[in-house]
Design a protein around this ligand. Sequence first.
Ligand SMILES: NC(=O)c1ccc[n+]([C@@H]2O[C@H](COP(=O)([O-])OP(=O)(O)OC[C@H]3O[C@@H](n4cnc5c(N)ncnc54)[C@H](OP(=O)(O)O)[C@@H]3O)[C@@H](O)[C@H]2O)c1
Length: 342
Amino acid sequence: MKTLCRYGTNRVIHPQGVLPQAASKIDNTMTIYDNELLIKVDTLNIDSASFTQIKQACNANISQMKTMILKIVNDRGKMQNPVTGSGGMLLGYVKEVGKKFPSQPQLNTKIATLVSLSLTPLHIEEIIDINLETDQVKIKGEAILFESGIYTEIPTIMNERVALAALDVAGAPAQVAKLVNQGDTVVIIGAAGKSGILCAYQARKSVGDTGCVIAVVNEPSQITFLENHDICDHIVLADATNAMEVYDKVTNVASTLADVTINVVNVDNTEMGSILITKDDGTVYFFSMATSFTKAALGAEGVKKDVKMLIGNGYTKNHANFTLDLVQNTPRIKQLFEEKYI
Ligand SMILES: NC(=O)c1ccc[n+]([C@@H]2O[C@H](COP(=O)([O-])OP(=O)(O)OC[C@H]3O[C@@H](n4cnc5c(N)ncnc54)[C@H](OP(=O)(O)O)[C@@H]3O)[C@@H](O)[C@H]2O)c1
């Protein structure tokens, strides 16, 4: 009989001694231990960096993408993209609750997990559909939540796909509320994306009348989109991978460098643009899963920038309620999410 571990290390197959997120393979046998929760899975929300990588590798061919996702899950026992290392989260129904699992939700309660798919034992019976626009994958399958795993019930008043989309990036706007102060200049890189919109909205609210929010986007259509929703003070068209272009265009509209820069893109090589536009003693919040620690650390040193750089922890206290509340009670954000995800 295996000793149960609250972090699920008893399910790690390889390499031994690591936690499930760092493991290359975990046991995805769908028989639960006493301290676990079994979920009947309906939808996977694949992390944007991972989904983008899979989509590009498969030339957006859905059949090839299904094969690639199934192979990853079969090889690893979890949906962790080997290239990006990232996962996502899932929507499903409580199927069985171990007697030592910390909470005892009713069977069939609709829940979303708030821990990454990159550590969640998952078995896929069938991929029913992949939505290329929303990164959501409809499946028949099961997953397991460890004793330490967190989840939230999907509010009955919200559409489940809207809630899933918001919860996937729940940490970002909740962190913005903690990092940004009144009067700050804030730059959001990738502002037209899912977390970008939520962060921009929260930043605008936090900076107040004396502050300024600048959006960086990479397509002209995204300028119109953000203008229509009246979320930012300035919108700049720049390729976030081109550090000097970002620097030149942001400093052209801003009266000062940024107090806080939020990086919410889904591609590599955007560290330096974020660092250059941030003032000394300012903060860069790297929520993007495509962030490289090495590029950020050595790059900041290389340009003599004394900036605080935060790894975008997906969790912060009360993040799920904060973000669901933001979407549900802000009519223009709610409408925007409903248009995209329903
Ligand atoms: N830290 C965490 O716990 C956590 C949790 C969830 C997600 N994430 C990560 O957070 C990031 C954002 O997620 P999301 O769901 O908000 O993604 P998203 O909706 O796909 O948004 C990403 C945005 O970045 C833009 N972008 C891509 N390349 C760009 C470039 N070169 N220059 C400027 N903008 C560019 C995209 O524009 P196009 O649409 O034109 O490409 C899109 O608007 C991803 O890296 C994701 O993996 C982190």
